[in-house]
Design a protein. Structure first.
Length: 439
């Protein structure tokens, strides 16, 4: 619970009983004497009042009037993708080889000599895995490495950031690090540094955990999404999911399915491609995560300015059988959730060698589509062409997500305009700050 946020809302609403209410909220979580809770509430209100109306341009927050939940930020759908496009606009043009404007899995900079690259990325833990630190660590570390591999790089180091709320058990830290370290040992990529903090310091109480894992890799050839071109074929490896599938299994009481996600087949497939010296023949690679295949198809299409056509008869057999059965039972669209499969785009003459190398490592792979002229994506099923655009949010894979739904809000256009203004305000604020410091 964010007691600072609670206090600020009460102050803005001129709540005369704020300190008493806040005291009661604190006592719901902390097993402390009431007098101590009253002291905490009082001081919290004092601090909240001091920062309620910040002065000066640097302190004054930029507001869009649209909340994260309303716009689906982080929900891997249309609203989330739109926000990330705006993030790239705020960052602006960079000298990076691959930056946020590419909507790729990692960023890339050239460091020395022609064709020498450093690849960097960071992934956040799945928010619903706070109570399962080992699982959260395992899946986020694996995700970070995936994002390095799909750029055609070899990972060389991992770093972590973990935040546990004030009442969280210290053991969560060790459990989480153990999950990350398990992946590090299995892949021979060391976890070398990190940060450990409380969420919100003294102002957030409860046991919630959050954080992320970053990875660094080196490459001489890149497989960024922008290289996809008409005439290419699309390949995909088997996938059993990671944090998203685990979350669905956990919160629908199908805990045994979580075991299906504990593997490093994605990494095995990438290592097979590296060992066979095939990266130079691949035009693009990505992991099927953000919004599932629907989301990845949209991002690739937008970045490379091509159309992607998928064939369902070869797609769905590559989804782990038990995972697919769970998704079907729960009426979760398997095309709109993270499957943690490897998606590759390459010329037709390279496909047989790519599939042979991957299959030799014991990982299933098949041809699942083609790249053609045009824009967007489509799905061919039973001879019929179906819409393949991402929904406003990724497939609803927990009970609460089903309640929220995946339909775009009726005033989506108004929200977009508000977010456009906020992004522009941020750009101008940045420009003024830079100009002042340079001047």
């Amino acid at each position: 619970m964010d007691i600072e946020g609670y206090a600020k809302r009460g102050l803005l609403g001129n709540d005369p009983d704020l300190e008493e209410k806040l005291t009661n909220r604190i006592l719901e979580i902390k097993k402390i004497p009431r007098t101590r809770a009253e002291e905490i509430a009082r001081v919290t209100v004092v601090e909240a009042q001091a920062t309620l109306h910040p002065t000066g341009e640097i302190l004054a927050p930029i507001r869009s009037g649209v909340t994260m939940g309303e716009f689906g930020v982080g929900s891997r759908g249309a609203g989330d993708f739109y926000t990330h496009e705006k993030i790239a606009e705020v960052i602006g043009k960079t000298d990076a080889v691959v930056d946020s404007s590419h909507l790729d899995d990692s960023g890339v900079v050239r460091v020395s000599g022609e064709g020498q690259y450093i690849v960097v990325n960071i992934d956040g833990i799945h928010s619903r895995l706070s109570d399962f630190p080992f699982l959260a660590g395992f899946h986020v570390a694996r995700a970070a490495l995936r994002d390095i591999y799909v750029m055609g790089a070899s990972p060389v180091a991992l770093l972590s950031d973990i935040h546990v709320a004030d009442d969280g058990d210290v053991g969560k830290i060790f459990d989480h690090i153990a999950g990350i370290s398990a992946v590090a040992e299995l892949t021979d990529v060391p976890l070398v540094t990190g940060s450990t903090l409380r969420i919100g310091g003294d102002m957030v109480i409860g046991e919630r955990m959050t954080g992320g894992v970053g990875a660094v890799g080196v490459a001489s050839d890149l497989t960024a999404r922008i290289a996809a071109e008409p005439g290419d074929v699309i390949l995909m490896t088997e996938g059993a999911g990671g944090g998203t599938i685990s979350t669905a299994a956990l919160y629908y009481g199908m805990h045994e399915i979580v075991d299906e996600t504990i593997n490093i087949k994605f990494i095995d497939a990438c290592e097979a491609l590296i060992d066979a010296d095939l990266l130079g023949r691949i035009h693009a690679m990505t992991d099927v995560t953000n919004g599932g295949i629907r989301g990845d198809a949209k991002e690739i299409s937008r970045t490379a300015r091509v159309k992607l056509r998928f064939f369902e008869d070869t797609l769905h057999p590559l989804v782990n059988e038990r995972v697919f059965s769970m998704l079907e039972t729960l009426e979760i669209d398997y095309l709109g959730v993270s499957l943690d499969a490897l998606l590759l785009i390459a010329p037709p003459d390279a496909a047989p060698d790519i599939m042979d190398a991957i299959r030799a490592r014991g990982v299933a792979v098949d041809l699942v589509g083609e790249v053609v002229e045009g824009a967007g994506a489509e799905l061919v099923s039973n001879g019929e062409v179906h819409d393949f655009t991402p929904r406003f949010r990724e497939s609803a894979y927990t009970p609460i997500k089903k309640l929220v739904g995946d339909a775009a809000p009726e005033d989506y256009a108004r929200m977009q305009a508000a977010i456009d203004r906020a992004a522009l305000d941020a750009v101008r604020k940045k420009e003024r700050a830079v100009a002042r410091l340079r001047g």
